[in-house]
Design a protein around this ligand. Structure first.
Ligand code: GLN
Length: 223
């Protein structure tokens, strides 16, 4: 490993990557390069050892129910390291299926309950009669975002510890009732937005700033 690179962990890159979510990582790499930083991306997949404290950014993309079921069996190994990483205020982005798996559970179309990491107080239930698909437009603390959603899981907050990522103008976001999209907790962002989300430069730049801050803290601390 090159000590001077910014380290990105891509959780289950080979399984969790719907509708071009890997574009989020490509955009982060591009913007970091522009800012003068080299990056290394590790695919943390089934059976891979993972210590989140060695990373500056963790990405978890979307997946279909089948992939989510496979990933959810391997994921509990990483609960402690991810929880510590998130609680310490380090940057992480989770999209759709990855976002759902950070919560307590995802009840699938087949009526199977997939246990999530239970790191954030959300739960998700698949509703067969309502596929939330189409363009989304919402307002965040960083301004307007335009993206695309495609999910049947409806996500609900279980308490008021989390803030939504945005307020819907067009589309559904977390569910058809609440009029909000995604969640924010410290420097963790969860979102239903594909497209990829980070084609929205306002969010991408905010995240890149956090990643650079984290990188300097981690490497200076290691000296
Ligand atoms: N399988 C999940 C759902 O339909 C997530 C889909 C996705 O990640 N695109 O809600």
């Amino acid at each position: 490993m090159n000590k001077s690179s910014i380290k990105i962990a891509y959780l289950y890159e080979d399984l969790m990557n719907t509708y071009g979510d890997s574009g989020d990582v490509k955009i982060i790499k591009f913007l970091l390069k522009k800012a003068g930083y080299e990056t290394e991306v590790d695919n943390v997949s089934l059976g891979t050892n993972f210590d989140a404290s060695k990373y500056d950014f963790v990405f978890f993309g979307g997946g279909q129910d089948l992939e989510q079921t496979i990933v959810a069996k391997d994921l509990p190994r990483h609960k402690q390291t991810l929880q510590k990483y998130i609680e310490s205020g380090n940057p992480m982005l989770c999209i759709c299926g990855g976002y759902q798996l950070l919560g307590s559970y995802y009840k699938t179309n087949a009526g199977i309950t997939i246990k999530g990491l239970d790191i954030v107080p959300i739960h998700t239930v698949f509703k067969a009669d309502k596929r939330m698909i189409g363009d989304t437009h919402y307002i965040t603390q960083w301004g307007e975002v335009r993206a695309f959603e495609n999910h049947s899981g409806q996500t609900y907050f279980d308490n008021d510890k989390l803030k939504p990522l945005g307020k819907m103008i067009e589309g559904y976001g977390n569910n058809p009732q609440d009029g909000v999209e995604g969640m924010r907790y410290k420097n963790l962002i969860g979102s239903y937005s594909h497209g990829p989300l980070l084609k929205n430069e306002n969010i991408a730049n905010a995240l890149v700033d956090k990643i650079i801050t984290r990188y300097h803290r981690r490497t200076e601390h290691a000296l």
